[in-house]
Design a protein around this ligand. Structure first.
Ligand code: PLP
Length: 241
């Protein structure tokens, strides 16, 4: 039976990706061990998660709640999986997200954080959250403005059952590396403002397949990578829309 999933190609892409991250870290004078990765498995099935898990990956990012929960159910036998919500979150989806995910990177208003805090089951550890900042200024992107990042982070940090880990941002789709870097730099400045205000944040989630070098140069601690491993998803899931 032909496999719908090309394991050899995935392994090659995995090695190429590790090499890319290593080169970018070296160019930036950074320890590659300080840069981790969410593998973005949206639109790919549980077999993709299994294959990347076998390569040692544990943290996965998903954009669509229903799709993610079905994938979680299909991979419950895999030890150590962590699931992070990286898509825009609607108020009516906070219950399944609070019950099933380990983290949410797309907090863009206090109301959503409050709902997640109320819905997080008592038997689970606190939900790891990041505030999403709109660093590209594009109307199509979610997230608060850089000026709103610190006050929202401070309000979120006060909520029970959530653990504020840091900030997330998506740069504009552009090949202009200087533009990528200036957008990532604005996120890092928000992150430093949080630390300066005494918050113990450790996650600067920025950089995807097309711009991870620029993100690493600007201090990313967490990359979110999909297509560099799995190939193109097609039109359905083009990022944050
Ligand atoms: C889809 C998605 C990614 C992964 O993008 P690639 O270009 O496939 O690496 C990262 N972050 C977010 C928020 C996404 O929606």
């Amino acid at each position: 039976m032909p496999s719908p999933f090309n394991y050899d190609l995935l392994r090659e892409d995995w090695l190429a990706l590790s090499a890319r991250i290593g080169r970018a870290a070296a160019a930036a004078g950074r320890d590659p061990g300080a840069i981790s990765m969410l593998v973005v498995s949206k639109t790919f099935g549980p077999e993709a998660v299994r294959a990347v898990h076998a390569l040692g990956q544990r943290a996965f990012g998903e954009n669509y709640v229903q799709e993610a929960v079905a994938k979680m159910d299909a991979t419950v036998d895999l030890p150590g999986l962590q699931w992070h919500m990286i898509g825009p979150l609607q108020g009516n989806k906070t219950n399944p997200v609070a019950a099933r995910f380990d983290g949410v990177q797309t907090i863009d208003r206090l109301r959503i954080a409050e709902r997640l805090a109320r819905a997080r089951p008592a038997g689970l550890p606190a939900l790891d959250v990041c505030v999403q900042v709109n660093i590209s200024g594009e109307a199509s992107k979610s997230g608060v403005s850089p000026a709103e990042a610190l006050p929202l982070a401070q309000a979120v940090a006060r909520l029970p059952r959530l653990r504020l880990r840091g900030l997330m941002g998506i740069a504009a789709a552009t090949a202009d590396v200087d533009r990528q870097r200036s957008q990532f730099r604005s996120l890092r400045q928000c992150f430093e403002a949080c630390r300066g205000a005494g918050m113990p944040v450790d996650t600067l989630s920025m950089g995807m397949s097309a711009d991870l070098e620029a993100a690493i140069a600007e201090g990313a601690t967490l990359l979110r990578v999909g297509s560099a491993l799995f190939g193109d998803r097609g039109a359905r899931a083009a990022g944050d829309s």
